[in-house]
Design a protein around this ligand. Structure first.
Ligand code: SAH
Length: 258
């Protein structure tokens, strides 16, 4: 049974990096929160919209380290809601795309605590768009998949590189920077062409966005040369060619007008 005096938890997507890419609903939740538990990849500018008395709790996890273990985050969400607080759990991108938002929702549901999920623009969609890459395109791609590039202890589903190599046109790979050579190996092993275009998008949609373009043949060495750093996305597929076409068209237009 629900505790009538308990607060509510909003599991909110902050969008891909540019603070303006948050939704109106998400922004409203931030403004109304008593407590915000936020992740590493959210734009810190968004926290400025919280009220002067809002408690801000950092739960971010850098790759390879854990600022606050998941079970403690779950416990904190339950405890704060039981104390009657309006809680915002603010996550990068969309809370349900590699965001563990569903694990938190499940914990809250188990305790009979009210929660709401506010979706966000996931970083693959945001970063690809900002780099001039459509994830689908009538000439190049009828499908796309969001794939995790790294596995953690306890992950139960295998990554089917054998099927992904052929069954999906555009691959958007999250958390894949340190695994790039292994991902490349898997795709080549399963017959993906070495000429397939690849884009690496670092800090997508932010002022410091950087895009590196290559092919499956050379992308791992390009990443080293260019010192690719997290957070970054790997976009694999013919759609990457659209970026080039857009850039050429823009240069042509500038030449014409100028
Ligand atoms: N829930 C998030 C994903 C969290 S997993 C979402 O929907 O976007 C963390 C991974 O997301 C990072 O390792 C990186 O691959 C990707 N990522 C998040 N923000 C990014 C950004 N601004 N630019 C590029 N990749 C990003």
């Amino acid at each position: 049974m629900r505790n009538k005096t308990a607060g509510k938890v909003y599991i909110v997507g902050a969008g891909p990096g540019d603070p303006e890419l948050i939704s109106v609903k998400a922004m409203r939740r931030i403004q109304q929160a008593d407590v915000i538990l936020y992740d590493r990849l959210i734009s810190k500018e968004l926290l400025a919209y919280a009220g002067p008395h809002t408690e801000l709790i950092y739960c971010g996890k850098a790759p390879g380290s854990h600022a606050m273990p998941q079970h403690l985050i779950n416990e904190a969400l339950v405890r704060l809601a039981q104390d009657g607080k309006t809680v915002v759990r603010l996550k990068g991108g969309d809370p349900l795309v590699f965001g563990r938002g569903a694990e938190e929702a499940l914990e809250l549901a188990t305790w009979g605590i009210e929660y709401e999920i506010v979706p966000g623009i996931t970083s693959a969609i945001g970063a690809a768009a900002a780099a001039g890459i459509p994830v689908t395109h009538r000439e190049y791609a009828a499908s796309f998949a969001c794939v995790t590039g790294s596995r953690c202890h306890g992950d139960k589903t295998p990554i089917r590189w054998d099927l992904l190599a052929h069954g999906v046109d555009t691959l958007a790979i999250y958390m894949g920077v340190s695994e790039l050579p292994a991902i490349r190996e898997e795709l080549l092993k399963h017959g993906k062409s070495a000429a397939t275009p690849v884009a690496l998008i670092e800090r997508g949609t932010t002022k410091r966005q950087r895009t590196i373009v290559g092919t499956l043949a050379d992308i791992h060495t390009l990443a080293i040369t260019m010192k690719l750093a997290n957070p970054a996305l790997i976009i694999i597929g013919e759609v990457v060619r659209v970026r080039e076409r857009l850039m050429q068209a823009e240069q042509h237009a500038v030449a014409l007008i100028g």
